[in-house]
Structure formats: C-alpha cells, structure tokens
Write a protein that binds this ligand. Structure first.
Ligand code: URA
Length: 243
C-alpha cells in the first residue's frame, strides 16, 4: 500500500468522518505498528505497520455484513418518511456506507435480517437459482396436516406463480392454532402468508430464524457484524468464489 494520511485511512471505509478520525488520533487511542500516533497528518503504510484503534485492527474492507433481529412494527426499507425502518436500528456510520437489507421481511414479521453493501452477494443469496434456504416459524389459525406438508413439497400454485417446492414441518397442530417450520429457497412478496392462504390458513405470527448458514442468536432489536467465517459460509452458500 502507498503512504496515506492517517486521518484519511481511518475515514475511507466510511465508518467515521475525517474530522472524527482526527479527533480519535489526537486522543491517543490510534496505534501504527503498535506505537501511538497523535498526528492526524502522519503518513502511514498500513501494510507494513498495521493500524489499530484501541487495539482493534483497522481494515480497508469495502464491504460490511450485518445481521439484525427485526422487531415487529419496523419497516424493511432504506428509508421512510414517517415509519421506523430497520436502518434506524443500525449506526449512522453503516447507513453512510450504503448498507441495505437483503430482501425484506413484512412489517409484522420478526427475525433474522441481513444487511450488506455487497450487492453481488445479496443478489445471489436471494436468487431462487441458488436455493439458499430461509427458515420461518409460523403460527397459523387452524390445524395443519400431512396434506399441507405434501402440497408445500410439491410446489403450491398461487395466483401469479407456482412456488418452488418448500418444506413444512408441523410442530404442533390443534383445531384452533398450529405451529410449523417453513423452509423456502425463494422470497416472493408475502410468500409464506400466501402459501398458507392457499391452504385455507391465516398466518398469525411469522418469525425468520435462519437465513442460509446464519441462525438468529441475539435479542430483539439487536445487531452485530458477521464474522469472517460467516461471510465465507454465505459466499459458499451463494456459490461465489472465495477471495
Ligand atoms: N413471507 C411472508 O409472507 N412474509 C415475510 O415477511 C417473509 C416471508
């Protein structure tokens, strides 16, 4: 890597502005090659002398990968004039970096939502051709039977398309209510709700607990960055070459 000003290096991945970077450097928590540097204009070669903030390595990784636990009542949208969106759940620094939801969950659906600015990976994770499984826990308003599971497995015909074969595992079925796991490899608008509707059932609650190799592991409303290992698994699931 060529020499670059330290404040520029810290701001170029979008996590903070140039002036925020300069403040951070002056405060003494930035090290270059292990030694504190307090001059924002210092020229550094980050390959030869790794830069860290409070001991955490700074990379120039262009992509961000986030997972969050979406609460009900929050829109899956980049922005909305009046409603709260999933982007309100993540820090401003990520919004500045064009991080966007991968697909969408309905306003009343809870669960795992991934966000990234890696458009190619996002596109592939959603493509029905890649068969990346998305698993939902659904509560519906009546009994479910093997006939429902068979119909899901065959590929339900809906008004405007025929769904790809889907998994339906009934966990509990009573006359008034049932709980089931649904596994889809595509994600059309209101798809789970429409598939149950085609079987005469209304979805009362819907929760996504798995997205490809990712499982929901955090409280409602929380978010975290994916680990490098998780990103590798996602790229594998999306049939993308590893870097
Ligand atoms: N299917 C639905 O009907 N809604 C969702 O939010 C996700 C899948």
């Amino acid at each position: 890597m060529a020499l670059i000003r330290l404040d520029k290096l810290l701001s170029q991945n979008g996590e903070r502005t140039r002036s925020e970077s300069a403040r951070l450097i002056r405060s003494g928590c930035v090290t270059v090659g292990g030694a504190a540097v307090r001059d924002p204009s210092a020229k550094v070669d980050a390959d030869a002398n790794p830069v860290a903030i409070n001991g955490r390595a700074v990379t120039d990784e262009p992509f961000q990968y986030i997972v969050l636990h979406k609460p009900a009542g929050v829109l899956t949208a980049a922005r909305d004039r009046s409603a709260r969106t999933v982007m309100d759940l993540v820090p401003e620094a990520l919004r500045r970096r064009d991080v966007l939801p991968v697909g969408r969950l309905d306003k009343d659906t809870t669960g795992l939502l991934m966000l990234t600015n890696d458009g190619e990976l996002a596109h592939r994770l959603l493509s029905p051709r890649r068969h990346v499984p998305k698993e939902y826990l659904a509560v519906v308003d009546g009994p479910l039977t093997q006939a429902d599971a068979d119909a899901f497995a065959l590929g339900l015909r809906l008004s405007d398309f025929t769904a790809l074969p889907a998994g339906l595992t009934v966990l509990e079925s009573t006359e008034s209510q049932s709980r089931a796991l649904v596994t889809l490899s595509e994600g059309k608008f209101h798809q789970v709700k429409r598939m149950f509707e085609a079987r005469g059932r209304e979805v009362l609650t819907l929760h996504r607990q798995r997205f490809g190799p990712l499982r929901l592991d955090m409280p409602l409303g929380a978010w975290r960055s994916l680990t490098a290992a998780e990103v590798r698994l996602l790229r594998e699931a999306a049939q993308l070459a590893q870097d």
